[in-house]
Design a protein around this ligand. Sequence first.
Ligand code: PGA
Length: 257
Amino acid sequence: MRKKMVVANWKMYKTLAETEKFMQHFPAEIAAQQQVEMVICPPFTALARLAVLLKKTALQPGAQNMHFAGEGAYTGEISPVMLRELGVQYVLIGHSERRRHFGEAETLLSKKVAAALEHGLRPVLCVGENEAQRRAGETEKIIEKQLWGGLGNLELNEELGANMVLAYEPVWAIGTGTPARGEDAAAVAGLIRSLLQVKGRGMADTVRVLYGGSVQPENIVDFTAQKGVDGALVGGSSLEAASFAALVEAVLKERGA
Ligand code: PGA
């Protein structure tokens, strides 16, 4: 059984003080529950502190990005070794904002995915089409390109599926207040799994596929209740403690927990 998960992507929001405040307001019973996996990816300046604050909870710290090298002359970058030292397990790779604003493309992203795995981190590889591509009917083509591009030469076996996560994030749905429909997310999750089935050796069954893009407490179960959708990657609605807790609560309730 693939465990459901809710991942908070705080992007470039929250100072250290705001991070502390978030944790003070986060409900203890949700912080302790273990039925739905919970990850918070804060800005790097808050990551070490957040990792300490989360120690006695079921919440886990995650990173929004990383460099592929263990160390080196890469000004401004953060390495997988540094993330591991903090107890980080998950790292977002290839978020559409990284692709769009920082020119990250497949060759680089596949190096990052492989490096994360080599260092014992779990990459959350993000894929998704933009508005123009969607209108041109290119969604499947783009997903396939980004998927194979990000996975590179990895062997697509059960173990890889268990050690990484995929997130379908249609660019037009991110931060717009206009989410995809649950059935569209399910269709793309299904597409991803069938692509993996053809090329892979068991990864299709073990990998978790999340949906992201304008997910809110009111609509999260429209996605997480879909067959093949294993959780959500959430930006805006993860920034308030009450709202992030409500996202998790909604998934718990839908699971009958
Ligand atoms: P959003 O962002 O929930 O604010 O749409 C999602 C994301 O970018 O991961």
